[in-house]
Design a protein around this ligand. Structure first.
Ligand SMILES: Nc1ncnc2c1ncn2[C@@H]1O[C@H](COP(=O)(O)OP(=O)(O)OP(=O)(O)O)[C@@H](O)[C@H]1O
Length: 256
């Protein structure tokens, strides 16, 4: 448990979350509570409903049934842009890194990114000088300050992932959703990005979908295991990894 995470202080509370596509329930009656200032992982075999759950929380999809509360406020009916304005930001995919721009310009653009119909804080209220300072702070936070003036295209895969995290941090999210942050990374980059996620989590809440179970074990305070659209198990890694239903779901998915 992260030192700041109180036992019953939940930033996200989803109840009875259901998403049906033409009669097929991708997510069924999911209850999900995420503690403030914790790292919470969403795991499960392929097709378990993890991405759909992410899309429901960010409102990229509207639930067929159920409700989602963020900081106690019902956000079920909000549009994605409004959810982002409230402080729930999903990490941008590597493809969203502009390859011909420098690393610094990528972060600068993220700092000036419009959120919904209002413009981000830095664009309207801060001078260019402060913008440069903020770019440096963010690059420093993710270990990319020395790469500020290099084209993003030349970065290693791991550093592109760090840049992706910097551009997400630029929006100052209270809650960050990371979609498979370790995918495609080699061992050393996995270590580096894990460290970065730990650091970033000190001031915010992280919900991540991750297939690398050693990373999940090392980073997560809590884990929700989904299978066939439903919650199979939840708790810290020591609990869910010993749950026979979880073991069976994973072995079953390997056998398929
Ligand atoms: N737009 C859609 N239309 C129809 N079915 C969908 C749609 N989106 C997802 N599904 C189905 O819902 C189920 C859950 O999909 P989802 O992508 O949420 O799973 P996942 O746990 O993220 O899987 P993976 O680990 O493979 O990414 C799958 O059977 C998928 O085929």
């Amino acid at each position: 448990m992260h030192k700041n995470a109180l036992q019953d202080d939940y930033i996200i509370e989803a109840e009875g979350l259901t998403k049906t596509f033409s009669g097929f329930s991708a997510v069924r009656n999911v209850n999900l509570k995420v503690r403030r200032h914790s790292i919470h992982a969403l795991i499960g075999p392929n097709g378990a409903g993890k991405t759909t759950t992410f899309n429901l929380i960010t409102k990229f999809l509207s639930p067929t049934a159920g409700c989602i509360r963020f900081n106690g406020e019902d956000i079920t009916a909000l549009r994605p842009a409004d959810v982002a304005l409230k402080g729930i930001i999903r990490s941008f995919q590597i493809s969203a890194v502009f390859p011909r721009m420098t690393v610094g310009e990528n972060v600068e653009i993220a700092l000036q990114r419009p959120l919904g119909c209002s413009y981000h804080f830095w664009q309207s209220e801060r001078s260019l000088g402060n913008l440069t300072e903020r770019v440096d702070q963010l690059l420093d936070a993710v270990g990319l300050l020395g790469y500020r003036n290099r084209p993003a295209a030349g970065l290693s895969y791991g550093r592109k992932r760090a840049l992706e995290i910097a551009t997400t941090l630029a929006l100052d999210p209270e809650m960050m959703l990371l979609d498979e942050p370790m995918s495609g990374l080699g061992h050393e980059d996995v270590e580096r990005i894990s460290e970065l996620i730990r650091k970033v989590a000190a001031q915010r809440t992280i919900l991540m979908v991750e297939h690398n179970l050693s990373v999940v074990a090392a980073l997560s305070d809590n884990i929700t295991v989904l299978a066939a659209g439903q919650v199979l198990s939840e708790g810290p890694y020591s609990v869910v990894s010993q749950d026979p239903r979880v073991v069976e779901a994973y072995i079953g998915s390997v056998d398929e």
